[in-house]
Design a protein around this ligand. Sequence first.
Ligand code: RP5
Length: 173
Amino acid sequence: MKNQETPLVAIIMGSDSDLKVMQESAKVMEEFGIPYEMDVISAHRTPQRAMEFSSSAHTRGIKVIIAAAGLAAHLAGTLAANTPLPVIGIPIAGGNMNGIDSLYSTVMMPPGIPVATVAINGAKNAGLLAIQILSLSDPSLQEKIIAYKKKMGDEVKAKSDKLRDIGYKAYLE
Ligand code: RP5
């Protein structure tokens, strides 16, 4: 957490080798002004710490957990097993299977323990999904999401106009 407010989102990764990808989730928090914390916790290398973190996160005011790991990626599922909070899982690319291993390990949760899994290295979407979850109880945040989507739409429209400018017939005039 860069500011001193109580964090609402915890961004957890299995190793500091995941940090470059995970900075995309942090950027989304900064863009929407959401206080967050960021840490390295490994389901396999620090199982006790994973248990302590996940069983107490909701008592500290955390509302959403984002969990990223590569290879046999059990971090998101392990955290989800010990928390009442929504967990968003990010499979990280790496190793011989380049993220397919972590995708399946993260997404294929047994009934009863959901992990909202985004794309391989999908840290930006994980951040946005966390914001959308928080916005359910925060109308001003929801307004920001609506403005964010409108801006994206305007950018696509500008790209469409560019094709028209260079002579292609448009889908809609
Ligand atoms: C996973 O193993 C981590 O999330 C990382 O993606 C991968 C490799 O970790 P390091 O060997 O780079 O620490 O647990």
